[in-house]
Design a protein around this ligand. Structure first.
Ligand SMILES: Nc1ncnc2c1ncn2[C@@H]1O[C@H](COP(=O)(O)OP(=O)(O)O)[C@@H](O)[C@H]1O
Ligand SMILES: [Mg+2]
Length: 342
C-alpha cells in the first residue's frame, strides 16, 4: 500500500507537465483546424488520464527494477550467490545484468587469488622455518656435545667441528637461495640482457666445477659447438642457473658422466645438461621445480641442497622468455635444457 502511495505521488508530480502538453496540443489543433475548444475537451481529458496511468505504471516498474537491483547487490555483498547464473534482472536490463555478472565473477576470482597467495605465503613461511631449524639444531647439538666434554676427546672433536661447519655452510646456502628467490619473486632482481660468447661462458663454468666432478670420479665434459656462437641473456644470472643444473647433475649421479653443450637451431641455441645419474620418476618430474621439493629430502640435505635450486633456475629461464625442459628416466639419467635467442 505504501508503494502504491509512493508511486501515485511520484506520478502526480508529472500532472503539470502532462497538462501543459495536452493544453498546447489542444490549442494548437483548434487554431489549425478551426474548431471550438469544447469539442476537444473530452478527448483531452481522456488523454490526460491515459498519460497519468502510463506514467504511474512506468514509475512502478522502474521502482520494482531498482528494488531488484538493490536485492541482487545485497545478495552479492552477503555472499548469497554461489554462481553468476543465479543473478537475473528483468529482460530490459540485459546489459546491466551482464555487467553485474562479470563484476561478481571478477570479485570471486580476486578473492580466490588472495586466498591462494595467503596459503602460499603461510606454506612458504612454514617451509622456511623448518629448513632453518634443521641446520641450527644440528649445529647446536654438536656445540653442546663438544662443550659437555667431547672437546677433549681427540677421536670425535675434529669430526664434530667439521660437521657443525658443514651445517653452517648449508645454512649460508639456504639464506642465499632465499634472498635470491624473494628478490626474483618480488621483481627486485634486475636482469640485463646482452649478447655474449656462449663457448667462453660455458667453458668458464665447466672449468670451475670440474674439481667437484673429479671428487666423485665423474667426467664433466663440454661438448663441441660453434665457438663463435653468440647468445642473448643475462650472463651473471645464467651462470647461476647453469651452476645449479650442473651441480645437481653431479650430485645426483654416481657413475658415468655429465655433458654440457648447446644444440644450435635456426633462431635459438638450446643449452643442455645431461647426466647418467639416478634419474627422476614421472610423478616427481612435475614437482621438482617447486620450492623446497626434493625427491629424497635427507639425501639432498646430506649433499648440501636447499631444495630451492631448480625453483631459481625456472625463474631465471622464464625471465629470458624461455622454458626449462626436463626429460628423465629412473636409473638412466636426466636431461635439462632451455633455449636462448641467437
Ligand atoms: N640431475 C638430477 N638428477 C636427479 N634428480 C634431480 C636432478 N636435479 C634435480 N633433481 C631432483 O630435484 C630436486 C630439486 O632440485 P633442487 O631444487 O636443485 O634442490 P636440491 O637443493 O635438493 O638440489 C632434488 O632434490 C632432486 O631430488
Ligand atoms: Mg640443487
Amino acid at each position: 500500500m505504501n508503494d502504491f502511495k509512493q508511486d501515485f505521488s511520484a506520478s502526480l508530480k508529472f500532472i503539470p507537465k502532462i497538462l501543459v502538453v495536452v493544453l498546447v496540443i489542444s490549442l494548437f489543433s483548434s487554431y489549425i483546424f478551426q474548431f471550438s475548444l469544447s469539442i476537444i475537451i473530452l478527448p483531452a481529458f481522456l488523454s490526460l488520464i491515459t498519460a497519468f496511468v502510463s506514467v504511474y505504471f512506468i514509475i512502478q516498474r522502474k521502482r520494482l527494477e531498482l528494488e531488484k537491483i538493490r536485492e541482487v547487490i545485497q545478495k552479492i555483498r552477503t555472499n548469497a550467490f554461489t554462481s553468476a547464473d543465479e543473478i537475473s534482472l528483468s529482460k530490459d536490463l540485459v546489459k546491466l545484468e551482464e555487467e553485474i555478472k562479470s563484476m561478481f565473477l571478477k570479485t570471486k576470482e580476486d578473492i580466490a587469488n588472495l586466498k591462494k597467495i595467503e596459503k602460499y605465503r603461510t606454506e612458504f613461511l612454514g617451509n622456511v622455518s623448518h629448513e632453518l631449524r634443521t641446520p641450527i639444531f644440528a649445529i647446536q647439538g654438536y656445540i653442546e656435545t663438544l662443550l659437555d666434554g667431547a672437546l677433549e676427546d681427540k677421536n670425535v672433536n675434529r669430526n664434530f667441528l667439521e660437521k657443525a661447519n658443514r651445517h653452517t655452510q648449508n645454512l649460508n646456502s639456504l639464506l642465499n637461495d632465499l634472498i635470491d628467490i624473494s628478490m626474483i619473486e618480488s621483481g627486485q632482481m634486475l636482469f640485463s640482457y646482452r649478447y655474449f660468447n656462449a663457448w667462453e661462458f660455458l667453458e668458464g663454468i665447466v672449468n670451475e666445477l670440474k674439481p667437484h666432478a673429479e671428487k666423485k670420479n665423474l667426467d664433466l665434459i663440454l661438448l663441441q659447438f660453434d665457438k663463435t656462437l653468440q647468445l642473448l641473456g643475462d650472463k651473471q644470472r645464467l651462470k647461476q642457473a647453469m651452476t645449479n643444473l650442473i651441480v645437481n647433475a653431479i650430485k645426483y649421479t654416481e657413475t658415468g658422466k655429465v655433458e654440457v653443450g648447446i644444440e644450435e637451431e635456426e633462431q635459438f641455441g638450446s643449452v643442455f645438461v645431461n647426466d647418467t645419474g639416478i634419474g627422476i620418476s614421472v610423478s616427481d618430474l612435475n614437482r621438482i621445480f617447486e620450492r623446497f621439493y626434493r625427491v629424497d629430502k635427507d639425501r639432498s640435505r646430506e649433499l648440501g641442497g636447499t631444495g630451492l635450486g631448480l625453483a631459481i633456475v625456472k625463474h631465471i629461464v622464464e625471465a629470458h622468455g624461455s622454458k626449462i625442459e626436463v626429460k628423465s628416466q629412473v636409473g638412466k639419467g636426466s636431461n635439462f635444457s632451455f633455449k636462448l635467442k641467437k
